[in-house]
Design a protein around this ligand. Structure first.
Ligand SMILES: Nc1ncnc2c1ncn2[C@@H]1O[C@H](COP(=O)(O)OP(=O)(O)OP(=O)(O)O)[C@@H](O)[C@H]1O
Ligand SMILES: [Mg+2]
Length: 301
């Protein structure tokens, strides 16, 4: 198995003078000791890590809002001791914006290089592209094609050839609702360059453990929270999506002494009437309706 233990200390070639600044920004993220993923996803992430030692690997993580996409990328970087940098692709307006910009200092213009070129030139770096499908302008994605494709290099007038360093892994994340349509050539070309991991909401037993571990709730109370949360999730008329982030928010309020009712009112956009009928129905036994996707295990080193 690949052991890029030195990668976090690696320097981008030819940019030694800027390393202290880079080192501050390109950090190995810290571990979330309570993060669970599907066993199958964990195994395949190991494979991707191994493969990245031999050739470039791009991974697209899809899933609903707040289902753990960003945390998974950080967790991967931490477990493999790789530096990581995140870029909000959704905010890009035009091409060139990732690499740097002309600035003015004492009447002179100079080119200020951004973190992106440094990150992709750092061996083993995990480069996280957030909301890759949300870019304001398709032109802004043009430069990404070059670095994500086989040749892995791009010409930038101000920087020359920028080559992706060995072992760099690109993770792109996007919310499920806004999938690549496949009708747009640009979208299809991007999609074509990625392996894909799709994250689902956790089964109740696993999510309960997450709530217990992260908020200190006891098993019974965590179950109460989740029974209610799952009722809201299942109710299509309500059209409220309750993410894991949200169930954690609710559980945390409860663990700080709030009643279930309060926690819901303060965490969700839900009318009083709806809430009352939901609270009534919590006493009715619910059938588990989860489809079994296999075993979940802790994703820690
Ligand atoms: N599988 C999981 N195990 C433990 N905690 C989780 C899990 N999935 C999500 N969480 C927690 O839920 C919260 C939201 O996760 P995260 O920010 O990674 O979601 P996301 O999918 O990136 O959200 P968004 O769509 O808003 O970008 C975090 O606090 C995270 O730790
Ligand atoms: Mg995210």
């Amino acid at each position: 198995m690949q052991k890029p233990d030195n990668i976090s200390k690696a320097k981008a070639p030819g940019r030694e003078g800027k390393v202290p600044e880079m080192a501050r920004q390109l950090r190995v993220p810290s571990l979330d000791p309570h993060f669970f993923i599907l066993e199958e996803d964990r195994k395949n992430l190991e494979r991707f890590a191994q493969m990245s030692g031999r050739h470039p690997v791009n991974i697209l993580i899809t899933g609903n809002q707040g289902c753990g996409k960003s945390t998974l990328v950080r967790q991967f970087a931490c477990i493999h001791n790789r530096p990581m940098a995140t870029f909000q692709v959704g905010l890009l307006l035009e091409s060139g914006q990732l690499f740097g910009q002309q600035r003015l200092k004492e009447g002179e213009t100079y080119y200020h290089e951004f973190l992106f070129p440094r990150a992709i030139q750092t061996p083993g770096c995990v480069v996280h592209l957030e909301e890759i499908n949300r870019s304001e302008s398709p032109h802004a994605l043009n430069e990404l094609f070059s670095v994500l494709s086989e040749d892995r290099s791009i010409w930038v007038d101000e920087l020359g050839f920028v080559e992706v360093a060995p072992g760099v892994i690109f993770f792109a994340t996007m919310n499920e609702g806004e999938q690549f349509t496949g009708t747009d050539a640009l979208d299809a070309a991007l999609k074509d360059r990625f392996y894909r991991i799709h994250l689902e909401y956790l089964p109740q037993a696993v999510e309960r453990e997450v709530l217990e571990r992260k908020t200190g709730l006891d098993t019974n109370t965590a179950n109460q929270v989740l029974t209610l949360v799952n009722k809201i999730r299942e109710n299509r008329e309500l059209a409220i999506s309750v993410s894991i982030r949200h169930s954690l928010m609710i559980a945390e309020l409860v663990s700080h002494g709030a009643s279930l009712r309060e926690a819901l009112v303060y965490s969700l956009q839900i009318s009083r009437d709806t809430l009352e009928s939901l609270l009534l129905s919590i006493h009715v036994a619910t059938a588990q309706t989860e489809t079994d996707r296999g075993a979940y295990s802790l994703y820690v080193p």
